[in-house]
Ligand binder design. Structure first.
Ligand code: NOJ
Length: 450
């Protein structure tokens, strides 16, 4: 099948996504407050080789060069996030003029390059001062978050039309407050469920506040979605897969759509009642303009007595001997089609936008070039599956590659490289990969792919 950009129509949003902590660096510059990630990276044994993002890609100082690259690649939309503690160092109270100025410069330069900014309000870097008060487990986070949102809208709402409330709440609550493998490194069901409920409240209340303050804005939030299948076609595995699907894919979308938490398929979620207050059921719902779908792979799930609460475990790609990325995520392009179909089947679901998709493969610089054919193939095959879903009537309105630059991949540090652009972290030199050139060509109108 041949396809080109034109097959997606003129309204389709093509883009690239980044996140503040992963690229900006300058973690103490101009009065920035510390975030939970600035703190977490200092704890021994948490991050691969004790790496950190104090400098990262130095995007704070190189945003012009990098935005010019986006323009050169013909990418019309850049989704980036705001570092909360850069603009409100203690998370609440005093606003940093210098922090606001940085994002003003970034937004203005982005627009001057003809690139549309899409702002993610929360991409995991909570101000440490708020974590000292319990962070996402403290219900006051709703009030702190709404104050932060209003500061962003007041300062940037005159120029920014597209707003994304949360990035992958299931990941930052699960990895950060249940497993303890991401910041702030908290564990346990109680922390997790409290964080989930407060994040779900912020997701909806944040949307409501933006709609009120900026009626013309396009508002969305993102959800991490993996296509889930049972490992074997036996009842025990089917049940296990259903539980994992409930936890990973349904926990945040269903309350947002007014369906409440999916407690029937995962009874342990009933304990979230401990954190509910009267009126919360209604507050959890909001009619977003779009839902950001972030998909990378599929997961195969089998029954396991040993895993608490879900009695299920994921069979890693290397155990199944399938093609996988450096993250050990199976390369399975149909997954993006399957998740688009799944989410589009919800009643009253708004438009879907792929706000992240991409892959980490081992890149090698040879004579100043990076021939990352596997990434080209990955992107090509996933975009084709998006088109397949669209042609079957799924209301999908955009696709953003994760990501522009090789950057700090959280607990994995710098070894998984997802960028369209290679970054030498010793010199900060950027080299366009073949995948960047490929995306550039694809986005040039009239260019056809197979
Ligand atoms: C999810 C996250 O939003 C992003 O921060 C991360 O780097 C990518 N996916 C890849 O794991």
């Amino acid at each position: 099948m041949q396809f080109s950009r034109a097959d997606f129509g003129n309204e389709f949003h093509w883009g690239v996504s980044t996140a503040a902590y992963q690229v900006e660096g300058a973690h103490l510059a101009d009065g920035k407050g510390l975030s939970i990630w600035d703190n977490f990276v200092q704890k021994p044994g948490k991050i691969y080789q004790q790496q950190h993002a104090n400098t990262a890609c130095d995007f704070y100082n190189r945003y012009k060069e990098d935005t010019l690259l986006i323009k050169e690649l013909n990418i019309p939309n850049h989704r980036f996030s705001i570092s909360w503690s850069r603009i409100i160092p203690e998370g609440t109270g005093r606003v940093s003029r210098k922090g606001i100025d940085f994002y003003n410069r970034l937004i203005d330069y982005t627009l001057a390059c003809g690139v549309e900014p899409w702002i993610t309000l929360y991409h995991w870097d909570l101000p440490q001062a708020l974590q000292d008060e319990g962070g996402w487990t403290n219900r006051r986070v709703v009030e702190w978050f709404l104050n932060y949102v209003s500061i962003c809208i007041q300062n940037f709402g005159d120029r920014v039309k597209h707003w994304i409330i949360l990035n992958e709440p299931m990941v930052f609550t699960g990895a950060g407050y249940f497993l303890g493998v991401h910041a702030p490194g908290k564990k346990g069901l109680r922390n997790f469920l409290a964080a989930v409920h407060h994040a779900a409240l912020c997701q909806a209340e944040g949307g409501r506040l933006i709609r009120q303050l900026l009626p013309g804005a396009t508002i969305g939030t993102t959800i991490s979605c993996s296509h889930i299948e049972p490992y074997r076609k036996i009842d025990k595995d089917v049940l296990a897969a259903n539980k994992v699907d409930t936890l990973l894919n349904r926990l945040f979308i269903e309350p947002l759509l007014g369906m409440g938490y999916p407690v029937n398929d995962l009874p342990v979620l009933k304990r979230i009642d401990n954190f509910m207050k009267p009126g919360d059921d209604e507050r959890l719902a909001f009619d977003m303009d779009f839902i950001g779908i972030q998909n990378y792979t599929r997961e195969l799930v089998r029954h396991s007595y040993l895993t608490p609460f879900v009695q299920a475990k994921i069979i890693q790609a290397n155990k199944r001997k399938v093609k996988a990325t450096v993250m050990n995520w199976e390369v399975f392009p149909e997954a993006i089609y399957e998740v688009l179909k799944k989410y589009s089947a919800y009643p009253n679901i708004p438009k879907l936008i792929i706000t992240e998709n991409g892959a980490a493969f081992p890149d090698e610089v040879v004579d100043g070039n990076i021939a990352d054919g596997e990434r080209v193939q990955y992107l090509n095959d996933h975009i084709k599956q998006v088109l397949r879903a669209k042609n079957e009537g799924v209301n999908v309105g955009g696709y953003f590659v994760w990501t522009l630059l090789d950057n700090f991949e959280w607990a994995e540090g710098y070894y998984p490289t997802f960028g369209l652009v290679h970054v030498n972290h010793n010199t900060q030199e950027r080299i366009l990969k073949d995948s960047g050139l490929w995306y550039q060509a694809f986005l040039r109108r009239g260019h056809t792919l197979k």
